[in-house]
Design a protein around this ligand. Sequence first.
Ligand code: NAD
Length: 357
Amino acid sequence: MSINFDHQTLGQRVLFGREQAVENTVKAVKEIGANKILLIADAFAMDLSDRIAAELPVVERIHEIVQHVPAQNADSATALAEQAGADAIITIGGGSSTGLAKIVALRTGIPIVAIPTTFAGSEATNVWGMTEQSRKSTGSDIRVLPAAVVYDVTLSTGLPGELAVSSGLNALAHAVDGFWAPRANPINRALGTEGTRALIPGLRGIAKNPEDLDSREETLFGAYLAAVAFSSAGSGMHHKICHTLGGAYNLPHAEMHAVVLPYVAAYNMPSSPDSERRVAEALGLSPQDTGQAASGLFQLRADLGAPPSLAAIGFKESDITEAAALSLQSIPDSNPRPVTEESLAKLLRAAWAGEPV
Ligand code: NAD
């Protein structure tokens, strides 16, 4: 069988180390040579923000972070960056903090140093997203890829166990959806596979003991690999559905991904046996369990105690038809199985009800 692909590796410095967030951020900023830093930090991270501001030339700070990046927040952050003459942005927080910085970077070209505190993985992608009038638009641009990422697992300890596992399942969705995404290739599949191998045991460890730093660190590492795979492979059917649901119905991001993944897997895996095999192996299923990877993902979600259904996180049954029509517009043609408005509505209904896969 011949191997044939077109792959691009995105350049980014990654500094990974326990309790090294401040010193590694200083290293990353020194390399950029910044003198006027805009700090965008989630409100829970005041202590780390203060410690970083004591070491680096922070000229402005934003601590008001709203999920899915409302356009007005992006406008005011951009104006602040321009008025201050900022030459670097440091972000501390989950995908919402990174996401706000990405819009400023998209508009101004100012480089980002990201310090992630969830497993969302936005820091490793060149994908931006912004919400205006209840519609989330997304795009990719190299300007939004952080120049450096500083990973320190101790920053994730404040993330409650339930949110931690949902966030980790969001990361798992990056890897799995990447297997059938439009630019899937042997390199991003390899990264995604290794990501699933770290994420699944890491998440099981967090569910068993939310204080277990080793499991959180394994999850953080897996989340990075999965995000790199996703960034390279592009958004598949799962992400297109979730972007629609997040933008139009304002559902909580990580929890929504955690719920939807097994249903998309059940839909696509019969037409994508290689993806099914990779996930089955990471789940520890035996070769005799062919066809069980999607139900294994459903069981994993249940075992981890993540939300059981879209209904449980605020999605209304009356919105299923509209959501199916909206999602259909963006499902990639390369999806391994053809998708119709009816098949999407069926999938969304099952996810809404939390039907077993
Ligand atoms: P988030 O950043 O919205 O954080 C979720 C909640 O957890 C918030 O209340 C936040 O304050 C809190 N929190 C975060 N880290 C914490 C910590 N360590 N301790 C205590 N509380 C903490 O959630 P998220 O899931 O990381 O990000 C979601 C957003 O990121 C969405 O808008 C999504 O679209 C975007 N995203 C983008 C990409 C991309 O590639 N562009 C990838 C993944 C997610």
